[in-house]
Design a protein around this ligand. Structure first.
Ligand code: ADP
Length: 432
């Protein structure tokens, strides 16, 4: 079945008119949170322990194939590489978690790409599962895989609180003039066609941490650039998202590893009429064969492109140029959502590690009074926090993202909310 054929939207997530029907249990506060990020054939998992302040990571990949395996490190820091031929998600979780010795999770946080119009993380109940399922047409590659992960962890840990943390939730503060498309109104009112935005966990964490580093915790106007395989920008005013580059789906906006980002919407009819392509072929081309990969005809990986460009590959050089120009253009456009611009945060694999891409992007942003410091940028150690402007004008920072930490924090908060609401248990502070 093609992903769009099951399209149906239920009225319970239009305008937040959600009524939770299923009973919510009371849970003890978590000391350790298991974070699950479930893809169609892979699971990234991490266990975050509150008291000992450390993390255990694992990756199960090629699930459902003879090459299925789990990679990670044990508590004793030993590398793990276990071959689990044909294992499914549940088996992979069982094997992976059996390595955690005494460190069993107290709560589970699932990263969920699309949560419709839900505005915050939620305890997983049958209603929440319905909402995740109903949002499948808007994230056909991600949401079904998340449901498989939820099903597996519910079977493995039926008594643990499980929380869904949505990439879309942070952007629910966008005003209508930022989230509406200029298409007939009924597409919004009857079919929820609007801009949602993604990478919310990262934009939320980075803007919070960055504004704290800048001395104005959650105050003022900031732009964030999350640059990884998927990339997006966000404008944040006083801690709330006011606009973002991704839209109805994670395809809108910036040039990404394999995603085109913005194209003329008539490209679809052009390809259909002139090349006879159907909608699935066009979708696949725009999602998996475009972006850096499409432009360079070489790779979706920025490191590979930088190396190739240094060796004279002109397609790689152009792909990098388009990436940086389009990023700068997006940041300039999003600045319209801010009453004042206090600064810019770079994050994600590219934003955190590539001084070259940061410098090239800033060269396309001459109009905001940014005073970029080449020296500070070049000297910033890869993957560390640091300020890279010369001390005047809007600030520029590199802030490594921590989506896992944020998901653990939100999971704890949701469990705490349940405990606070209960009359029988005393509330405690919840941080992991
Ligand atoms: P994901 O979206 O899958 O989480 P990441 O945030 O890990 O992706 O970012 C992956 C991207 O970061 C890749 O394009 C990779 O080449 C790029 N990257 C990582 N380190 C560097 C570096 N030192 N210089 C340039 N690009 C880098």
């Amino acid at each position: 079945m093609q992903p769009d054929q099951e399209y149906s939207i239920y009225d319970h997530w239009y305008d937040n008119k959600l009524i939770l029907k299923s009973p919510v249990k009371e849970y003890a506060m978590p000391n350790s949170v298991l974070i699950i990020n479930c893809g169609s054939s892979s699971i990234k998992f991490a266990l975050l322990l509150k008291d000992q302040n450390f993390r255990i990571h694992g990756l199960a990949e090629n699930l459902g194939t003879p090459n299925a395996r789990i990679k990670g490190v044990t508590l004793g820091n030993e590398p793990v590489d276990i071959h689990i031929p044909n294992a499914d998600h549940k088996e992979a979780l069982e094997v992976g978690l059996s390595r955690l010795a005494n460190h069993k999770p107290d709560a589970i946080g699932h990263r969920i790409v699309h949560g419709g119009t839900l505005t915050q993380a939620e305890l997983i109940t049958e209603d929440i599962i319905d909402i995740i399922r109903d949002a499948t047409p808007l994230a056909p590659l991600h949401n079904p895989a998340h449901l498989v992960g939820i099903e597996a962890t519910r079977r493995l840990f039926p008594d643990l609180p499980q929380v869904a943390v949505f990439d879309t939730a942070f952007h629910q503060t966008m005003p209508a003039h930022a989230y509406r498309y200029a298409v007939p109104k009924f597409l919004y009112t009857e079919h929820n066609v609007r801009r949602y935005g993604f990478h919310g966990t990262s934009h939320a964490y980075v803007s919070e941490r960055g504004s704290e580093l800048a001395g104005s915790y959650k105050q003022g106007g900031w732009l964030t650039a999350h640059l990884g395989n998927g990339s997006s920008t966000c404008a944040i005013w006083n801690g709330q998202s006011v606009d973002t580059s991704m839209g109805l789906t994670p395809l809108e906006g910036l040039v990404m590893g394999t995603r085109s980002g913005d194209v003329d919407p008539r490209l679809h009819s052009f390809l259909a009429k002139n090349l006879g392509w159907d909608i699935y072929k066009i979708d696949k081309m725009l999602n998996s064969q475009s972006g850096l990969l499409g432009l360079s005809d070489l790779s979706n990986d920025m490191r590979t492109l930088i190396e190739a460009s240094e060796q004279g590959n002109e397609d790689a050089a152009l792909a990098i140029e388009v990436f940086c120009y389009r990023l700068a253009k997006s940041l300039s456009a999003l600045s319209c959502g801010l009453p004042r611009l206090d600064g810019l945060f770079f994050t994600g694999g590219i934003g955190e590690n590539s001084a070259f891409i940061r410098e090239k992007t800033m060269s396309y942003l001459p109009h905001f009074g940014f005073n970029f410091s080449k020296e500070k940028n070049d000297n910033l150690k890869r993957g560390t926090e640091g300020r890279i402007d010369a001390g005047t004008g809007p600030q520029i920072w590199v802030v490594p993202t921590d989506e896992e930490g944020r998901i653990a924090q939100e999971t704890s908060n949701v469990v705490a909310r349940g405990v606070e609401n209960s009359t029988t248990k005393k509330p405690e502070a919840a941080t992991v």
